[in-house]
Design a protein around this ligand. Structure first.
Ligand code: NAD
Length: 247
């Protein structure tokens, strides 16, 4: 079992939702957390405060991780502040749902850029530092939609499936180094992303979930802790946290 105390993590899109829950859970295990946000400084500051109030360490760092240069600066800021990097959580993501016949080039490109290219941007910037750790961890927050597809979500599904392919290939390349690379595939988790779905459709979704409820961001965060702490022999995998919706 890996002792997480004193380790350093970056959580992209860490100011709210699943990212904030991951940041708080890591901090509760003694990890110093860089909470990346793209525009909402207030939400990021709130998450930092919540962590500090219970004795944890964190700081907020603005960067649009879909931009190669900003991703590099984010990693540099982390090294300047905390001196090392053990854990990278590629969590930032957006949706631009539209059926394929109505999708625009902008909808397609934006979702691929933010959800998939950001994973490349952050991982390429962070890798040399993570490889210096004796227990490096790269965790990509993919989605059930990357496994099962989703109506009106060709762009999102392609990006999330791309993250899974990326995860497996990089896991193979890094297997001998002690750094593991895994994906977490959440089902429907009760965050702003899911709250944006119209009520009627939300009810239809819940009816299809075998455990009959949405997941909680904290349930994804506990999956992250499991992979970081107990995951020495787990690499290239998809951890499905979805209430049985996709098996
Ligand atoms: P959310 O919209 O609440 O949070 C997404 C976060 O990403 C926000 O903080 C946002 O500011 C940040 N972000 C967006 N673009 C960014 C950029 N260019 N640079 C930096 N940060 C950026 O959504 P969430 O539900 O917490 O989702 C978190 C991750 O989990 C996403 O990748 C999402 O696709 C994935 N996911 C969510 C669900 C769900 O049901 N909520 C299910 C499966 C997967």
């Amino acid at each position: 079992m890996v002792n997480l105390n004193g380790r350093v993590a970056i959580v992209t899109g860490g100011s709210r939702g699943i990212g904030a829950a991951i940041a708080k859970e890591l901090a509760a295990h003694g990890v110093k957390v860089v909470i990346n946000y793209s525009s909402n400084r207030e939400a990021a500051d709130t998450t930092v405060k919540e962590i500090e109030q219970v004795g944890g360490k964190a700081f907020a760092a603005q960067a649009d991780v879909s931009d190669t240069v900003q991703a590099r600066v984010l990693v540099e800021e982390t090294i300047t502040k905390y001196g090392k990097l053990d854990i990278l959580i590629n969590n930032a993501g957006i949706t631009r749902d539209r059926t394929f016949r109505k999708i625009t080039d902008e909808d397609w490109n934006k979702v691929i850029q933010v959800n998939l290219n950001s994973v490349y941007n952050m991982t390429t910037a962070a890798l040399s530092h993570i490889l210096e750790s004796d227990a490096g961890r790269i965790i990509n927050i993919s989605s059930i939609i990357g496994q099962a597809g989703g109506f009106g979500q060709t762009n999102y599904s392609a990006a999330k499936a791309g993250m899974i392919g990326f995860t497996k290939s990089l896991a193979l390349e890094l297997a001998k180094t002690g750094t593991t690379v895994n994906a977490i595939c959440p089902g429907f988790i009760d965050t702003e992303m899911v709250q944006a779905i119209p009520d009627e459709i939300r009810a239809q979704i819940v009816a299809k979930i075998p455990v009959r409820r949405f997941g909680l961001p904290e349930e994804i965060a506990r999956g992250v802790i499991y992979l970081c702490q107990d995951g020495e022999y787990i690499t290239g995998q998809q951890l499905n946290i979805n209430g049985g919706l996709y098996m």
